[in-house]
Design a protein around this ligand. Structure first.
Ligand code: CP
Ligand code: NVA
Length: 330
């Protein structure tokens, strides 16, 4: 029952039980069905939410905006250039002001301590729309996408290739361990996830008959995998100077046709997006000019293949975020 999440914050997955995490996936699926059938679900009519973005976004911002509107709410967007947040006004004061006006607050930005502070002072539910440490709304959408493709979680194997210490990988590792999906971080030593987080996830995994592993061997790690997942090699907020080293270290961990061929026959490819799979963006063109690469963490061939479910996954961000808002606000 998601009822019990009423009034809760959504800051990181480890704050929730596995049952609560699965209940959010169930609610997301239910809301997706309603939306597809054109059944109105304005369950939060008359309420208002505010979205705080200190980093850029397409999917997360639009998911919160569309979800808010579908649920009947007013939605306000603020970034650091158009508000006092972080410049003239502390996060603590911002939280106390916005908590008087809004019924819920989303935050995307830097340290996890910022979203924690917001939650401590706002007095209304606060949702993490991505921090340096984690990206929990992404994992709920990923779990929904995985279940839509395989019909279940238990017994599956997901391999995260590349920068396996980033926010997306951190949350996904927790979500997999909680749902019985074996998680393999396939990366060089320099991109290994935090030891303490791996140990915590291994404990959770033991209770759910799955494993959490770290491996630098691409062939061994991706063998018979059901889900191959990757993300950008340098995340928002990291210095651009990191590109050169990351390209060198992470190129052997690119998702390409031979990785997909080594995975299970019914394997799918997931990516939180945006992805570097061609040179159709300004940043990709700069990378091409500087390093001569036309694709990075995933080849265009895999990205555009039938095994790629990245746009279903992107759509599911909206259904997942709507579930998180509804469960915590109703
Ligand atoms: N996956 C994701 O969070 O996308 P945005 O950065 O566009 O929100
Ligand atoms: N790891 C990426 C995820 C973007 C959705 C970043 O933080 O930039």
């Amino acid at each position: 029952m998601t009822q019990s999440l009423s009034g809760r914050n959504f800051l990181k997955l480890l704050d929730f039980t596995p049952e609560e995490v699965v209940s959010l996936v169930d609610l997301a699926q239910e809301l997706k069905e309603k939306k597809k059938k054109g059944i109105a679900h304005k369950e939060l009519e008359g309420k208002n939410i505010v979205l705080l973005f200190e980093k850029t976004s397409t999917r997360t911002r639009c998911s919160f905006e569309v979800s808010g509107h579908d649920l009947g709410m007013g939605v306000t967007y603020l970034d650091s250039s158009g508000s006092q947040m972080g410049n003239k006004e502390s996060i603590k004061d911002t939280a106390r002001v916005l908590g008087r006006m809004f019924d819920g607050i989303e935050y995307r930005g830097f340290g996890q301590d910022i979203v924690d502070t917001l939650a401590q002072y706002a007095g209304v539910p606060v949702w993490n729309g991505l921090t340096d440490e984690c990206h929990p709304t992404q994992t709920i959408a990923d779990l929904l996408t995985i279940r839509e493709n395989f019909g279940h979680f238990e017994g599956l194997k997901l391999v995260f290739m590349g920068d396996a210490k980033n926010n997306v990988a951190n949350s996904l590792m927790v979500g997999c361990a909680m749902t019985g999906i074996t998680f393999v971080a396939c990366c060089p030593d320099s991109s290994k996830p935090d030891d303490a987080l791996v140990a915590r996830c291994q404990e959770i995994a033991r209770e759910h008959n799955c494993e959490v592993m770290v491996s630098s061997d691409v062939n061994e790690a991706t063998k018979d995998a059901n889900i191959i997942y990757t993300d950008i090699w340098v995340s928002m907020g990291e210095p651009v100077e990191l590109w050169e080293g990351r390209i060198k270290e992470l190129s052997p961990y690119q998702v390409n046709a031979s990785v997909m061929a080594n995975a299970a026959d019914d394997a799918i490819f997931l990516h939180c997006l945006p992805a570097f799979h061609d040179t159709d963006t300004t940043v990709a063109q700069q990378i091409e000019k500087k390093f001569g690469l036309t694709e990075m963490e995933v080849t265009d061939e895999v990205f555009e293949s039938n095994q790629s479910k990245v746009f279903d996954e992107a759509e599911n961000r909206m259904h997942a975020i709507k579930a998180i808002i509804l469960a915590t606000m109703r």
